[in-house]
Design a protein around this ligand. Structure first.
Ligand code: GDP
Ligand code: IMO
Ligand code: MG
Length: 422
């Protein structure tokens, strides 16, 4: 398989984990290069459901190697829990996992600050996952972060942590929150360090050797295009570059070694957390929730749902350089009689075909819809594209054309087997 960046083309939860698991069969190495355990990637194999937060979704295929790259922010205690949880279920997590020594750590004070800042924002909160992601990337940019290479050197770590605890406890106190117990944090972190130590490596060098040996790389994006810190609906975004470029900086693999970008999008749109969402629709939200679908894999929050937004996915194609598309959750529309697709926005009476940068303007945008007839038949058993009802085929072709990339995968259920290759 050509070296591939897989990226979410909407607001996250597009079904990236499922598609990564499917494609891992053809790759040698799967790499996470940004985000942290704010991600929740669901994979269903033979009726067994796995939700991965920090470990790449390739881990479920024993013979493949998974890499947590330098661009990830990693909560060491949460990562140990994830490793142990997988091992208990018989998943091999051993020499098949490498962790970058340059990845930054998410510490308990980051989580506490994340929570406090949300409280402080009140009505204007972002609706974060409260996993400490923003404050951890904040420390990275401020050059006050702790990294994996610190964690595995207890003496250095102890000293650096003490300074960070002092500063962050002062900030927490200022915000009216309880200070944290530095001793307890040190003990928990050092215990996690001993579990993680065997996995730690210079993953940049590892990946370059792998490239030289002709191995194929699959980059697993976390979050989605509109949660990107630069290109998303700021400030209602996460704190990393979720778009394709982030895969290079977050792994140390240069752009010219990337062969293609695959965008994953749902046949409709979802968003979890606050922020503008022009094609949000109560009817489709209620219908999907009534089917037991669209509850967050990390926080369990109900996702906001809406119609497919081609204005958004067209922009995603541009900014990520999407070549190929995977459309997931087509089966979610099986019982919808009239399916709407947003093809443009109206802003203050004017028709526009791109998202305004300013959040207040984006919040004022109303969707211009085109309607498609529903197929009103189950699609979950389709094995080939030709098994899909003609109206379902027409719909996925239409949304691919509007998005401006080649349709290459259609997913009709959560299981590995419910995946159609074109
Ligand atoms: P990710 O964060 O992009 O990996 O996506 P999540 O795992 O958070 O959310 C996607 C949800 O859709 C999960 O519950 C998946 O099991 C589920 N899923 C993925 N593809 C399909 C599909 O084609 N049909 C159905 N019914 N569920 C799907
Ligand atoms: P995956 O990889 C959907 C959202 C949060 C919030 C905003 C900021 O599963 O697609 P953060 O905790 O990152 O500071 O929260 O981003 N968010 C996600 N939404 N899928 C995700 O990951 C997300 N990760 C963060 O809900 O709106
Ligand atoms: Mg998710």
């Amino acid at each position: 398989m050509p070296n591939t960046i897989l990226t979410g083309a909407q607001w996250g939860d597009e079904g990236k984990g499922k598609i990564i698991d499917f494609l891992t069969d053809e790759a040698d190495i799967v790499i996470r290069s940004q985000g942290g355990n704010n991600a929740g990637h669901t994979i269903v194999i033979g009726g067994e459901k796995y939700v991965l937060h920090l470990i790449p979704s390739g881990i479920l295929r024993r013979s493949k190697t998974c890499v947590i790259g330098n661009g990830v922010v990693l909560d060491p205690v949460a990562l140990v829990a994830e490793i142990e949880g997988l091992r208990k279920r018989g998943v091999k997590v051993d020499k098949n996992l490498l962790i970058s020594d340059a990845a930054h750590l998410v510490m308990p004070y980051h989580r506490a600050l994340d929570e406090q800042r949300e409280v402080l924002k009140g009505r204007n909160k972002i609706g974060t996952t409260k996993r400490g992601i923003g404050p951890a990337y904040g420390d990275k940019a401020a050059r006050t972060g702790l990294r994996v290479c610190d964690l595995i050197r207890p003496e250095i770590f102890k000293e650096k942590l003490a300074a960070r605890i002092r500063e962050n406890n002062a900030i927490l106190k200022g915000l009216g929150a309880a200070p944290l117990n530095g001793k307890k944090i040190l003990a928990e972190s050092l215990a996690a360090a001993e579990v993680l130590r065997p996995f730690v490596a210079n993953t940049v060098v590892y990946l370059h050797k792998a490239l030289t040996a002709g191995k194929s790389l699959l980059f697993e994006g976390a979050q989605g295009t509109f949660l990107d810190i630069d290109h998303g609906s700021y400030p209602f975004v996460t704190s990393s570059n979720t778009t394709a470029g982030g895969a290079c900086t977050g792994s140390g693999v240069p752009p010219h070694r990337i062969d293609r970008v695959l965008g994953v999008m749902k046949a409709y749109t979802t968003r979890v957390g606050e922020g503008p969402f022009p094609s949000e629709d109560k009817g489709i939200t209620d219908a999907l929730h009534a089917m037991g679908r669209e509850f967050g894999a990390t926080t369990g929050r109900p996702r906001r749902c809406g119609w497919f937004d081609a204005v958004a996915t067209r922009f995603a194609t541009m900014v990520n350089g999407i070549d190929d598309l995977a459309i997931t959750n087509l089966d979610g529309l099986d019982a919808v009689e009239k399916i709407k697709v947003c093809t443009a926005y109206k802003l203050d009476g004017k028709k526009i075909d791109t998202l305004p940068t300013d959040p207040a303007s984006l919040a004022r945008c109303t969707p211009v819809y085109t309607e498609f007839p529903g197929w009103m038949k189950p699609t979950e058993n389709a094995k080939k594209f030709s098994d899909l009802p003609p109206k379902a085929r027409a719909y996925v072709k239409a949304i691919s054309d509007l998005t401006g990339a080649r349709l290459s995968i259609v997913s009709v259920g959560p299981a590995r087997s419910q995946t159609i290759r074109l």
